[in-house]
Design a protein around this ligand. Structure first.
Ligand SMILES: [Zn+2]
Length: 489
């Protein structure tokens, strides 16, 4: 059986069947109640969200002989001829292939003629932003005074490229990207009617990969159905779409938590055979995000190994930043796997260093961009001003603020405990203590060094990690394969 028609077969035929665009459907139904409808509609939205499908349904509704509650009947001659593409009063034009002035003039010449059998003659111009400037100009003349029997519908992914003079004459309807939940519900509905068996988790993967597009969701489904004989399992969807095995992604992070570099790289080898490196990066980041959310919100559903919740919250934040900072090198690197390995190595080293600091708590000083941090903390204005004339370091769990003598009294207990609470949140150190002292050195106060602190946090962290003992130790222990990517040793 050919599934090449899935998207066409399940194209919505009524407003009710349209997925994820309730606000637009409501607006259109209201517009249909008026005797004289708008004469130009502009449907905007990303690809595959249903712009032309909605335009066709609206056309049917405008011309339907038995309109019921704003829905076309799909049974009268007019509805049937639009559904099967034979209506002479409904013209569909693809502006991508017919963008020139002569083609537009040819089209506009047919406008004065009355519709042959319907109430309205409807012109649907898809990808309308592709029209040339001259074409838009001649179209504008018609739009300024359209004959009462003519209605224009435009569809575009690029509303910003349409001249303002045209925009101002259209009822603009912005379609949403379809949510993953709506896509899943729609796929479940279609699969059960098509007698296709599926795993719920497989639907989720397909819907996420479709990225808000109902058409993409169906095209991907079609591809998967053709490989899987109407039984869609999570594992085969992963394989076909190149999505890394979630179990192995978890294994990587568990080995990271246990600081087991050997097992970590074994797990990585298992996964890089089948999946593009970029997908592995993205999946690791997704899991890091979910662990962080899981640590902070009790309502969050935990669909991963609970052991991962034991990762240090601060480590997780740094892991995410390291992934993000290195992700951009993948495309241009001749060795994307090397980039991933180096990133994991840095994550491993950071976690080791972090644990050492938390357990020994001795003379460990964290470099801070204090002025930036002050601004992030969102304290009251006067207090913020005072802090700008202080220096600060994080030493183990002590947050030491040095300030000129005369300022200490101005700060007050309430401000101090408020600051402490915010710093505890920020560093995820629940017993952090704010302490004041008066060895103040004006030359290094934030107001002086603001300008110098332009380096990105991730860069600073990366260089600190590369210099750390943990990092050097892991590089030494691992095979020479990894060593060769390391420029520091
Ligand atoms: Zn009808």
């Amino acid at each position: 059986m050919s599934y090449l028609v899935l998207a066409r077969k399940w194209r919505p035929k009524t407003f009710t069947e349209v997925v994820g665009q309730d606000h637009i459907v409501q607006a259109l139904k209201n517009s249909l109640k008026n005797d004289m409808p708008h004469q130009a509609f502009l449907f905007t939205g990303t690809r595959g969200v249903g712009k032309t499908s909605l335009a066709r349904i609206l056309t049917k509704a405008l011309n339907c002989e038995h309109l019921k509650d704003g829905e076309p009947c799909n049974e009268c001659d007019s509805c049937l001829s639009i559904n099967n593409g034979s209506s002479i009063d409904f013209q569909e034009i693809d502006a991508a292939s017919r963008r020139g002035i002569s083609e537009t003039k040819e089209l506009l010449e047919t406008i004065p003629y009355l519709p042959s059998s319907s109430k309205f003659k409807v012109y649907l111009i898809d990808e309308v932003h592709m029209l040339t400037k001259e074409s838009f100009n001649s179209l504008l003349k018609t739009l300024e005074e359209p004959p009462p029997h003519v209605i224009f519908m435009f569809a575009t992914t690029e509303a910003s490229q349409i001249p303002a003079t045209i925009l101002s004459r259209c009822l603009q309807l912005n379609l949403n990207s379809v949510s993953t939940e709506d896509l899943m519900a729609q796929l479940a509905n279609i699969f059960s009617k098509e007698k296709v068996k599926y795993e719920e988790s497989a639907l989720q993967l397909i819907s996420e990969a479709a990225n808000g597009s109902i058409r993409d969701a169906l095209t991907i489904s079609e591809k998967i159905i053709s490989f899987t004989e109407k039984d869609i399992r999570q594992a085969s969807v992963r394989e076909i779409l190149g999505i890394p095995d979630n179990e192995i992604i978890q294994e990587i992070l568990i080995n990271l938590k246990n600081n087991d570099s050997k097992k970590l790289f074994e797990a990585l080898d298992n996964i890089t055979k089948d999946s593009p490196i970029k997908n592995i990066f993205l999946e690791i980041m997704e899991l890091i995000k979910n662990i962080s959310l899981g640590q902070f919100s009790q309502n969050k559903k935990i669909d991963f190994n609970k052991e991962l919740l034991e990762l240090e919250p601060r480590s997780l934040q740094i892991f995410y930043q390291l992934c993000l900072a290195n992700l951009e090198y993948i495309e241009e690197s001749p060795d994307p796997k090397g980039v991933l390995e180096m990133t994991l190595l840095k994550m491993l080293a950071f976690d080791l260093e972090e644990k050492k600091n938390l357990t020994t708590n001795q003379n460990h000083t964290v470099n801070l961009n204090w002025p930036e941090l002050i601004n992030k903390l969102n304290l009251n204005k006067v207090f913020t001003q005072h802090l700008m004339h202080t220096n600060a370091i994080l030493n183990g769990r002590d947050f030491l603020i040095s300030l000129p003598n005369e300022r200490e009294e101005m700060i007050g207990e309430e401000n101090r405990s408020n600051l402490e609470a915010k710093l505890r949140d920020y560093f995820s150190i629940h017993d952090l203590k704010v302490k004041f002292n008066s060895d103040y050195d004006d030359s290094t106060s934030p107001s002086k060094i603001n300008e110098e602190n332009k380096k990105k946090e991730s860069e600073i962290i990366e260089s600190r990690i590369s210099e750390s003992d943990s990092y050097k130790k892991i590089v030494n222990e691992l095979n020479p394969e990894i060593k060769k990517f390391d420029t520091n040793s």
